[in-house]
Design a protein around this ligand. Structure first.
Ligand SMILES: [Zn+2]
Length: 158
C-alpha cells in the first residue's frame, strides 16, 4: 500500500481490500496457527494501537465518505427529518438555543464542546418514541452522540 488508507481513492481502497481478502483466504490455516500462538501479544498490540489512534474511521474520513456519496447523505437527512416530523410532540428550536442553555458542555461526558462541533442529542431517542422537544434534547459532542446511538438513558448506565 503506497499511501495511508485515508488518502486513497475509493478505487485504490477497493483494490487493496480485495487483494488483502484474497491473501487472507488463501493463507487461512497459517494465519489461524499464528494467531493461536501469539494471541496475547496480538491483542496487546491492537489495544495499544486503539489507544494511540482511536477508532479506525477518522472524522475526516467520515466526512469524505459523505461528500463522496451525496445521494446517501440526502437520504439520511430526509430519514432524520421524517423521524423528527413523526415525533408525538414537536417543538421548533435552534441548535444555538440548546447550546446556550446547556452552557456549551456536553451533557454526556461533561466536557466543553464548541458550538460548531456540538449536536442535539435526543435523551429518549426518536426511534424509541422520544419527542423532539427542548426537554428531551441535550447538548452533546459528536463522539458521545455516535457512541450513544439509540440507547435509552437507563441502558447507558448499564
Ligand atoms: Zn461528550
Amino acid at each position: 500500500m503506497s499511501q495511508p488508507w485515508a488518502l486513497q481513492t475509493p478505487e485504490q481502497h477497493e483494490r487493496h481490500r480485495l487483494a488483502t481478502k484474497k491473501y487472507n483466504d488463501s493463507h487461512k490455516a497459517e494465519r489461524r496457527a499464528y494467531y493461536d500462538a501469539n494471541k496475547a501479544s496480538i491483542s496487546a498490540y491492537w489495544k495499544k494501537h486503539y489507544e494511540e489512534h482511536g477508532p479506525r474511521i477518522s472524522p475526516e474520513g467520515r466526512r469524505r465518505w459523505w461528500r463522496a456519496n451525496p445521494d446517501k447523505n440526502t437520504a439520511a437527512v430526509q430519514r432524520r427529518r421524517a423521524r423528527i416530523q413523526a415525533s408525538p410532540v414537536l417543538e421548533r428550536f435552534t441548535r444555538h438555543e440548546i447550546y446556550v442553555r446547556d452552557g456549551g458542555i456536553c451533557q454526556i461526558c461533561r466536557q466543553p464542546v464548541t458550538e460548531k462541533a456540538s449536536v442535539q442529542d435526543h435523551i429518549y431517542p426518536l426511534s424509541r418514541g422520544g419527542e423532539h422537544t427542548r426537554a428531551n434534547i441535550q447538548l452533546a459532542c459528536r463522539s458521545c452522540n455516535s457512541h450513544k446511538r439509540d440507547k435509552l438513558p437507563e441502558e447507558l448506565v448499564a
